[in-house]
Design a protein around this ligand. Structure first.
Ligand code: BTN
Length: 336
């Protein structure tokens, strides 16, 4: 997989123009004018795209049309689908990496400007919560991490992940015409099977979040049966759920755009206007009997939603209403 081009590269500009008009033609003269270069130079840049697997149709007096584009993860296509942003987004696309979260943390430590996203075709040490492994084969699923320097109090991290979760559910719902659920605090589900997980990690200095890495694994196009047997029962991909593969690069760009917008709304406080509505729409646990492992103590009860800090509210089987900042929840078979 080629590395990403800088956002201003002529290839991205050409691709963006062709994608905006995917069923029509874009004149070579118009491209040359936009890029302030000769038509021969435009053709040479298109040659570079051809080397990546793009094919074009050229019709005299009409121009170029994008005939086919790579279906696997392709950084140029993702960038071209992303509208240009301010501040510009850094984009690191790797064929393989240990963990996109670890790569983002390394790049932050090396002084990479924020925001940036690390996306990989596969991970050799993908991590989930509680030190679990996140299976990350090169199977059409998405593994990506976003890096920010938000300067917020650490207490806001819990709500951050929930806010990202509901935004991702909303995006998945509109992109695939489905109804996912968000299981507190970080699982995106269809029925009871996991389609995505989030892992937010931070470096905290003097009571401020300095570096924030938001990692996201989304089972997108993995075919049924491609995950290890023990996980397959509990996991599902969007393609499996909808019975058709997604346009991976278009979807990746939509995910990236949504996370960046959601981040800005979170930092500005604007998220408060819509958070409760989105939460209520996607809350998978609400009203259900749950078991929660809190330290070593199992708690049973009915999930009642979250409070303003993002803690889970449970009416326990001892008749008390309790709030939990952390823990692992399962649906309970035990009547409460
Ligand atoms: C969980 O459900 O426990 C969280 C899973 C998070 C997985 C993603 S994949 C991209 C990023 N890199 C990692 O190593 N983990 C996160």
């Amino acid at each position: 997989m080629p590395r990403a081009h800088p956002s201003s590269s002529p290839e991205i500009t050409i691709l963006r123009a062709l994608l905006e008009n995917e069923s029509g033609y874009v004149s070579g003269a118009a491209l040359a004018k936009t890029l302030s270069m000769s038509r021969v130079a435009v053709w040479q840049h298109m040659e570079k795209l051809r080397e990546q697997g793009f094919t074009f149709e050229a019709v005299r007096a009409r121009g170029y049309r994008l005939a086919t584009r790579p279906t696997g993860l392709n950084p140029a296509t993702i960038e071209a689908f992303l509208p240009p942003r301010k501040p510009a987004l850094g984009f690191v696309c790797l064929e393989t990496v240990d963990s996109t979260n670890d790569e983002a943390a390394r790049q932050l430590a090396a002084g990479h400007t924020v925001p940036f996203v690390v996306i990989a075709g596969q991970q050799t040490r993908g991590r989930g919560r509680f030190g679990r492994t996140w299976h990350s084969e090169a199977n059409g699923n998405l593994y990506l991490s976003f890096a920010f320097r938000p300067q917020l109090p650490p207490g806001r991290m819990q709500t951050f992940t929930l806010w990202m979760g509901v935004n991702l559910c909303d995006l998945v719902a509109s992109f695939t015409q489905t109804t996912p659920g968000l299981k507190w605090p970080n699982d995106i589900l269809f029925d009871e099977r996991k389609a995505g997980g989030m892992l937010t990690e931070a470096r905290i200095d003097a009571d401020q979040i300095r570096d924030l890495v938001f990692g996201l694994g989304l089972n997108t196009n993995s075919p049924a049966g491609s995950l290890p047997h023990d996980i397959a029962r509990r996991a599902i991909s969007l393609a499996e759920h909808t019975n058709s593969p997604l346009d991976l690069n278009k979807f990746a760009a939509a995910v990236i755009g949504r996370v960046l917008d959601a981040y800005e709304q979170f930092v500005s406080g604007e998220y408060k206007k819509t958070f409760a509505d989105l939460w209520n729409r996607f809350d998978f646990l609400k009203g259900k009997p749950v078991s929660l492992l809190h330290g070593n103590h199992p708690v049973h009860g009915i999930a009642l939603g979250i409070d303003e800090e993002g803690s889970l509210i449970v009416r326990t089987d001892r008749g008390k209403t309790e709030r939990f900042r952390a823990g692992e929840v399962t649906l309970s078979k035990k009547p409460v």
